[in-house]
Design a protein around this ligand. Sequence first.
Ligand code: ZN
Length: 504
Amino acid sequence: MKVSLAALLAVSGLLANAQDAASAGGPGRPPLKPLVVPKALEDSINRRNLLKHAHQFLDFSKLSNNTRAFGSKGHQATLQYIKRLLDQTGAYDIEFEKFTYAYSEATSQLYVDGESYPTKGVGYSPSGNITAPLAVVNNLGCEASDFPEAVKGQIALVQRGTCQLGLKVAFAGAAGAVGTIIYNNIDAEPISGTLGAPNRPEGPYVPVAYISGLNGKAFIASIAEGNEVVANIRVQSFVEDRETSNVIATTKTGDRNNLIVAGAHSDSVPAGPGLNDDGSGSMGILEVALRLARYRVKNAVRFIWWSAEEFGLIGSEYHVEHLSDEDRQKVALYLNFDMIASPNSGYFVFDGDGDATDIPGPPGSEVIEQLYRAYFDSHNIRTGSAVFGGSSDYQPFVDVGIPSGGLMTGASGTKTAEGAEWWGGVAGVAYDVCYHLACDVVENLNVDVWERNSKAIAHSVASYALSIEGIPREQRPPVRSLRVSKLSYEERLHLSCDHDDDII
Ligand SMILES: [Zn+2]
């Protein structure tokens, strides 16, 4: 290319001006890149590059005990990797949006009569090793009066539900209990738990173990028969403030008054390396960003890797909360990609018009939904609907009226018979059996689905980078507060990536 251009210029006798002439972008500016072509960008996405990132992400998790939880070494390495690759393209302005949040991790054990019972640790629980009889708490333990005299010096046994775990445990501490066992309000094991904050005014926390509903009911039945049930709970926990960052990369070309924002969360749960959740989305948008760097865009594209999503959409909420009203108006639309390579995948498109889920996104979201439906239709792929239920980083954008959309392939929900017919895989099995577990590794990724969804990201990003026709751009009303930020910590945690009821 260079040679032929020089030859051509030599023939024209303009060799002395070759430097300037090559700068089609104008004197002193770099040569103008070609305008992005959606099909070309899509075609440049391939599984080989995606898998290269995947092995890197897995390696990063090994720096911190197989996790990329926010603020861990594995997570920091993830952010540096993203930054380094984007820096090399020279096509982006990159910013680290810093914030601090209290990280907590807890493990627990429960023994009764020498037998061990499965438990989940509860974040912000104090550490301890306590042996005492169980005392059953009345109702759901959401009132101080639910805790009888008998809990004094004993371990309070209380059901999950209605109010925060933290409130139940603080009341137990105030009533003189030496520990608390919370049992699930369904028979199954709890997925995760937290007291929601390092402390609270209703009373002091005591060590907590969180068990299945089945075992909780068995203890209550035994106590009802007049038995004394003596339990030993052992808790190891820690809490620390961690500084972390959202990574924000904005194309140097394009109109920043019409920003196309695409996001995925960079952190995993503490329990595992999070290759699907949400390595898949993070690497999907990374690969699209790297390929997009070769092109010029009309509307600026901003890729954002959110931090601390798994602790309750903390990074995305921080970002949207700190957008000035003016900057909020500049965001034309938001696209979210959280889990796009589930091993027993479905293809779910966010239900912008609300016709499948009764929860429409802000006006314009139906346009985004249509773009993705049309894309998958053109590849003869059936699509299901994902609901704007607050379980990922789209929610703060939805809350402030920004048209939103995105893709996901399912979490702990179960694939239906119809789903298996549409997409293959196994009916009656979770979309992702390794959801929030240590086994969310490279082998957990459905690479066919991941590649297809990453191509869909490329198609959508390139299309909107050229035109946002159909997306309303009139002034949005001012926003006073975000819905998610009003929720309790436990409610927020329950939302994050807890996709059980997320899809239709
Ligand atoms: Zn996620």
